[in-house]
Design a protein around this ligand. Structure first.
Ligand code: ADP
Ligand code: MG
Length: 489
């Protein structure tokens, strides 16, 4: 249960103009430091539309636009915010929060963090997918995020991962060539590139070429066309590590196979490392025998679909990269139902991230199930859908209360409890309202669940929300968001 600190409802002294300016400057300073200290998506999610609203001696009043952000700020950012604020103005000794939903709709009242702190773009690899290492030798740029360290090892990939580590330690050593095989989306490319990255890290000047069998074919075709075959061969002999992804596509390309065969032999004899991947083991590839027998000389390891625990571990690893907070129940649900391959697992996670970052909605099991069901529908019918998602059932009243609790960062106990503090009272009334309107729970039964309250009390509460919804657009948005999340609209 989320402990909620006694709600602070600070009285906000209305600042005069020059004070407001210095408050804004102070807050921009705090935001700048925060933007450097925390992940960007976290920063945007939690600090957009925030403002320093007032100052009373050592107390700095920080306004938050969303009720649900209150607990999160108190638990995750209060100390950090105070530390920074104090470094700017040593007189500040305390941060107090207030929820001011008006901040969301009035752009003038808070610094525009997207404009003030634009994303510092990392050098994009996608725009320059290839590098020319020498005349006639082209390599894809290795994706630096593929590392052996962030590859989650499960029983389905232990051997393959260990082999890659061994190759990274001693390229051209015992495991040469290294041949990895397995179905799509299971991590072959990740392992291949990670091995290349690891070798480059140790010996930055080595020439590591990563190419797909299709690119290699194109290079051969081009060299033939330009009558530069000799040059092509000579150049390739200078490579220290040759990585060729998806060699199954060399089938029926005799000329390319022949060139590859010669290159392979030359490198092999020179103790240069060769790493290959394919979707099936060498014997099943429709390639020349002399080539497959070369592949079989070295180390062969398969990568198969990860089990539940590994899938869950992969999700946790990926979540770390995205720097977002997700409920374990959501991750478990994804891991349970997306069983086909890791790419699909990542795809669903990306959707959850989008929900969180773009719509500021905490992904729930229910919203993820929806996403998965939709993805399932988009699949071509003849393909194995990979995951079965249980049919939607109607949310229970308990789930309504839990959703309200999460949304407003108020514990379930508090919602059904006695407190009449506004921060708790409103969520309580909203839970009652949704229970009555969407689930048709009787007033009497609602009363019983909410600490044995009299049914007339419940009725009053529900009427109050009904009325408030008429002229409070913010409240309407919040209730609709909750109902949507619960699949009740
Ligand atoms: P393949 O080449 O076998 O089709 P990829 O290497 O492209 O598969 O993997 C698809 C995605 O899944 C990549 O983003 C990769 O980082 C990720 N992935 C696969 N297996 C793992 C794993 N064990 N740990 C972490 N990420 C993984
Ligand atoms: Mg691949």
């Amino acid at each position: 249960m989320i402990p909620v600190a006694a709600p602070t409802v600070p009285t906000i002294p209305v600042p005069v103009a020059h004070e407001q300016r210095s408050l804004t400057d102070l807050w921009v300073g705090v935001l700048r430091a925060l933007s450097e200290q925390i992940g960007r998506s976290q920063f945007i999610t939690w600090f957009r539309d925030t403002a320093a609203l007032g100052r009373e001696e050592g107390k700095l009043v920080v306004g938050l636009p969303l009720p649900m952000a209150l607990t999160w700020h108190m638990e995750h950012y209060r100390d950090q915010t105070l530390l920074i604020a104090r470094s700017i103005d040593p007189a500040i000794t305390q941060i107090v929060y207030t929820v001011d939903v008006g901040l969301k709709d009035n752009r003038e009242r808070s610094p525009d963090i997207l404009e003030l702190f634009p994303e510092v773009r990392k050098r994009k690899v996608a725009g320059r997918p290839e590098v020319k290492l020498a005349e006639g030798i082209v390599s894809k740029i290795l994706n630096p995020s593929y590392m052996l360290e962030n590859f989650v090892v499960g029983s389905s990939s232990r051997l393959a991962h260990a082999a890659c580590q061994a190759v990274a330690r001693e390229p051209g050593g015992k495991y040469n060539p290294l041949f990895l095989y397995g179905g799509v989306g299971l991590g072959k490319t990740h392992l291949l590139q990670a091995t290349g990255n690891a070798i480059l890290r140790q010996v930055p000047r080595s020439t590591v070429v990563y190419t797909t069998s299709e690119d290699f074919t194109n290079q051969v075709v081009e060299a033939i066309g330009q009558k530069k075959m000799e040059q092509f061969r000579r150049r390739y002999r200078l490579v220290d590590v040759l990585i060729i992804d998806d060699v199954q596509f060399l089938a029926n390309r005799e000329r390319t196979q022949e060139e590859f065969f010669h290159t392979f032999n030359a490198l092999y004899e020179d103790h240069k490392q060769i790493i290959i991947s394919a979707d099936r083991p060498p014997a099943e590839l429709q390639l020349e025998d002399r080539l497959t027998s070369r592949f079989e000389r070295g180390m062969i390891a398969d990568v198969s679909a990860p089990d539940y625990e590994t899938r869950l571990a992969i999700l946790i690893e990926k979540v770390r990269n995205y720097e977002i907070f997700l409920d374990m129940a959501v991750l478990q649900f994804i891991a349970e139902h997306a069983t086909r391959n890791v790419r699909e697992l990542e795809g669903i996670l990306m959707q959850a991230v989008a929900l969180y970052e773009l719509e500021q909605r905490m992904p729930t099991v229910r919203s993820i199930a929806d996403i998965m069901r939709k993805l399932n529908k988009d699949e071509k019918p003849q393909e194995d859908p990979g995951f079965q998602v249980p049919q939607t059932r109607r949310a229970t009243f308990q789930e309504v209360i839990e959703a309200v609790s999460r949304y407003y960062s108020v514990s379930v106990n508090e919602i059904v409890g006695e407190s009449r503090v506004r921060e708790i009272l409103i969520p309580r009334q909203i839970a009652m309202y949704i229970g009555r309107h969407r689930l048709s729970v009787s007033y009497v039964h609602i009363g019983e669940i909410f600490g044995n309250r009299d049914h007339t009390t419940v009725m009053n509460a529900v009427h109050k929300i009904e009325k408030a919804l008429q002229d409070d657009p913010q409240l309407l948005r919040e209730v609709r968001a909750l109902e949507q999340e619960l699949d009740l609209v």
